[in-house]
Design a protein around this ligand. Structure first.
Ligand code: AP5
Length: 242
């Protein structure tokens, strides 16, 4: 009986623990994946990229799997995967033990209904910080058409701005690098259209909640990193220190 109570209290304290939740918001190619790395290093929280979750699922699933076929269709057309899939997948991922202190979201939320679903998941004690990476469309096209990605570990490179040490091979796992199938010019245009229509309204949504920090992400990676770090250190750390 005592043991059962201890287990119950432990489970309750796990469920009630306040979390630090970061949202990296921004158009395709604004550097969400790139800048997630600095937050991972600083906070030790897991990086949850919904795009990476889908790509990993597709890589590990038979091509004729009906769900895989549907997902691939949405992604290759530059359309959003319907909310009914994405919200369940996210809930499952953030219930894993590594996310008990919080997580860094990259690519989620992308619609107002996803943002509302996230608000329902968060408790009043959780601390949410939304970093909005702002980049004009013409730079995004250049970044995405030159991007190389590692299909094995998902590390990202750029032919000009961030080349791998050994041409065409991942620095981390030596896998041969590839272009993402949605990084073709026409699909990029569609992704940008979808961003402006469905995702950019979240800027106002989070501004109204007082949790939005907008960064000029047309700058160098290092400058952006520094700004993210100062936001984290100035806005979040003091509240957690006695
Ligand atoms: P996802 O994988 O999330 O793609 P995305 O949002 O379009 O963003 P990207 O991964 O393309 O760009 P990024 O901002 O991470 O930039 P990166 O750091 O790589 O989603 C893919 C698809 O999955 C969606 O289209 C949709 O179908 C589906 N999906 C995912 N989440 C969904 C959701 N919540 N709901 C519904 N559907 C969903 O940088 C880009 C390039 O620029 C790199 O080469 C990098 O080296 C370079 N770079 C980065 N920063 C700089 C800099 N400061 N200066 C110069 N170059 C830079």
């Amino acid at each position: 009986m005592i043991l059962l109570r201890c287990i119950f209290l432990l489970a309750l304290s796990f469920a009630l623990e306040a979390k630090e939740v970061f949202v990296l918001l921004g158009p395709p190619g604004s550097g969400k994946g790139t800048q997630a790395l600095v937050l991972i290093e600083e906070t030790d929280l897991p990086h949850i990229s919904t795009g990476n979750l889908f790509r990993e699922f597709l890589a590990s699933t038979q091509q004729d799997n009906p769900l895989a076929k549907q997902l691939k269709g949405f992604m290759e057309k530059g359309e959003l995967v319907p909310d009914r899939y994405i919200i369940e997948i996210l809930k499952e991922r953030i219930s894993e033990p590594d996310a008990k202190n919080g997580y860094i979201l990259d690519g989620f939320p992308r619609t107002l209904s996803q943002a509302k679903a996230l608000q329902e998941i968060l408790t009043p004690d959780d601390r949410l910080i939304v970093i909005n990476l702002s980049v004009p469309d013409h730079l995004l096209l250049e970044r995405l058409t030159g991007r190389l990605h590692c299909p094995q570990c998902q590390q990202t490179y750029h032919k000009t701005f961030s080349p791998p040490k050994k041409e065409s091979f991942c620095d981390l796992c030596e896998t041969s690098l590839a272009k993402r199938s949605d990084d073709e010019k026409e699909t990029i245009q569609k992704r940008l259209e979808v961003y402006h229509k469905d995702t950019s309204p979240l800027i106002q949504f989070y501004k109204d909640k007082g949790v939005l920090y907008t960064i000029d992400a047309a700058k160098s990676k290092q400058e952006i990193q520094q700004q993210i770090l100062s936001i984290y250190r100035e806005q979040l750390k003091p509240a957690s220190t006695p």
